[in-house]
Each structure stands twice: as structure tokens, then as C-alpha cells.
Design a protein around this ligand. Structure first.
Ligand code: ATR
Length: 273
């Protein structure tokens, strides 16, 4: 049976095996999907061993995405832009192809929620790996403006300069931000510590769409905060997780699974509904 897995550390609580097992059942593909948690300095060896032993493909998550970028034989254009790899496929020619489906997953999830990206004013919070992966797919949707704000402003400036050729992207400090924005995407890891990015409450209004790439069994700190200040449309990163997985599955198997039912089952599994 074709073997796939996700590499991460820690990875025990990953939902990827659950998601891909449902995709395989739905599309009648024979495959198994597991977990691997190598020590941080043993990822390269573990990856090699997996493919030497017949593995067909893998996902890569924190903290290995940047390292995976350097270990594959060739990169898709979107992985090259993202500077990170979350999906690896062993091609029929024996080549390890590195891809990145995170940004496509974000855009697919935003669209499935009915969020309009074309001609919109987007605020992206954070300038780490998650922000980098999202930039090209977001700019491909032709927003009127995309502003990056980050605690460490120089990192936002660097990202804006790097992606300037793809669209109207600028960097501003949190203090400089002036609304109205149509969509705010939180790519910071602040919610992990129950913290908030230092965003002025005045930027939140009833018609704004709020997206937090993080998720949990209850609202993230950022989503709770945005709701308190009047945001009516809030979304967490669970849909992005399922959509990036669907994109990876398509890369591996050449068949696109449906995501709606799988997202529902995942929510049930997490106790969200
Ligand atoms: P990831 O790969 O998930 O993006 P990362 O590369 O470590 O993780 O980036 C984390 C991002 O969250 C950074 O933009 C970080 O800001 P700094 O560049 O200033 O470190 C941001 N971040 C983390 N905690 C934050 C907080 N409490 N408030 C605001 N931003 C925060």
C-alpha cells in the first residue's frame, strides 16, 4: 500500500492522518498515512530513510518546513516563493519534488467563506514563515492593497520588498495602520501564548472579515478580541488546514477530494460542533 506521513516535532496531535484517511476513503484511493517525530537534528536522515523504504510522499510541519526546502531535488514555483516546503512528492522519475500548499489552502478557505479578495484592502499581521507562504497566493487574487504589519517592523519591510514585484504590498508599523480594511489575517503565533498582536480596536468594524491562521476547540484570543470589538465574520485556521491538505492530496494522487464533509467531521472530532 502507498505510504504517506507527516513529519513534525511535536506532531502527536496532528490532524493530518485523520484528514488524509478521510480523503482516501472518499476518493477510494488505497494509501496509509502516519506520523513521524524525528529529533530536530535527525529530520534529514529520517526523510531519506522514509523515501528509501518506499514512501510516496509526505507533509512537513513545524519546525521542519525551511529545512525541507533545502533537502528536496526540485521546488515548485510556489514553494520557491514561500521559502518553505510543506508537501513532498516522490515523482515517477525518482525525483523529490518540494511544494507548498499552505497559501493555496488559505485562499481556498477564504473563498469558501465567501470572502472577496479582488479589489479588497487586506491587512496581514506577522512576517514569519506563515506570512511568507500566504503572500504570493493572496497577491494573485488582485487585492487593491496588502499591508503587512509586524512587531519587528524590519521583517515586514523585508517581506514587502521581496514580494513587491507581485502586487501592491507595503509594510507599516502597528501604530501607522489606518483603516478601513476589508480583511485582517492574523499569521502571528501570538494566539499560541494567548497573546494579541498590538492592533488598535478602532480598526475593527462590523463589515470586516477576520481570519486567524491558528485554531482551537474554542475561539482564539484574536478572534475573541475581534468579536468583542464588533467583527461579525470571524474564521479560524481549521478550514485552511483541511484545504492545504486537499491541495497536497491532489499533488500526490492527481485527484481532488471534497473538503466540506471532512471539515465537518474534523470539527466533530475536535468537539467544536
Ligand atoms: P510562523 O512560521 O508560524 O510564521 P515565525 O516565523 O516564528 O512563525 O513567526 C511568528 C510571527 O508571529 C512573527 O511575525 C512574530 O513577530 P516578530 O517577527 O516580531 O517576532 C509574530 N509574533 C509572535 N508573538 C507575537 C506577539 N505576542 N505579538 C505580535 N506578534 C507576535
Amino acid at each position: 500500500m502507498d505510504r504517506y506521513l507527516v513529519f513534525g516535532h511535536p506532531v502527536r496531535h496532528s490532524k493530518s492522518p485523520f484528514i488524509h484517511t478521510l480523503f482516501a476513503r472518499q476518493t477510494q484511493q488505497e494509501l496509509e498515512y502516519g506520523l513521524a517525530e524525528p529529533a530536530v537534528d535527525e529530520f534529514a536522515q529520517a526523510l531519506r530513510t522514509f523515501f528509501d523504504q518506499g514512501g510516496k510522499g509526505c507533509n512537513v510541519t513545524v519546525p521542519f518546513k525551511e529545512q525541507a526546502f533545502t533537502l528536496v531535488d526540485c521546488l515548485s514555483p510556489r514553494a520557491k516563493r514561500a521559502g518553505a516546503v510543506n508537501t513532498i512528492k516522490l515523482t515517477d522519475d525518482g525525483v523529490l519534488l518540494g511544494d507548498n500548499t499552505d497559501g493555496a489552502g488559505l485562499v481556498a478557505d477564504l473563498k469558501s467563506h465567501g470572502v472577496t479578495l479582488a479589489d479588497s484592502r487586506i491587512l496581514l499581521l506577522g512576517a514569519g514563515g506563515a506570512a511568507r507562504g500566504a503572500l504570493a497566493p493572496l497577491l494573485a487574487e488582485l487585492p487593491s492593497e496588502l499591508v503587512i504589519a509586524n512587531r519587528t517592523h524590519t521583517k515586514a519591510q523585508q517581506l514587502a520588498a521581496e514580494f513587491h514585484d507581485l502586487g501592491p504590498v507595503t509594510a507599516q508599523t502597528y501604530e501607522q495602520l489606518a483603516g478601513p480594511f476589508d480583511l485582517v489575517i492574523n499569521s502571528t503565533s501570538a494566539s499560541l501564548q494567548g497573546e494579541l498582536p498590538p492592533l488598535a480596536p478602532a480598526l475593527i468594524h462590523t463589515d470586516i472579515a477576520i481570519y486567524d491562521m491558528m485554531y482551537g476547540a474554542s475561539d482564539t484570543a484574536f478572534i475573541s478580541w475581534a468579536k468583542q470589538h464588533g467583527a461579525r465574520q470571524t474564521m479560524d485556521g481549521l478550514g485552511m488546514l483541511v484545504e492545504q491538505a486537499a491541495e497536497a492530496f491532489t499533488v500526490w494522487r492527481g485527484i481532488r477530494p471534497g473538503t466540506k464533509q471532512v471539515l465537518r467531521e474534523l470539527k466533530r472530532n475536535l468537539g467544536v460542533i
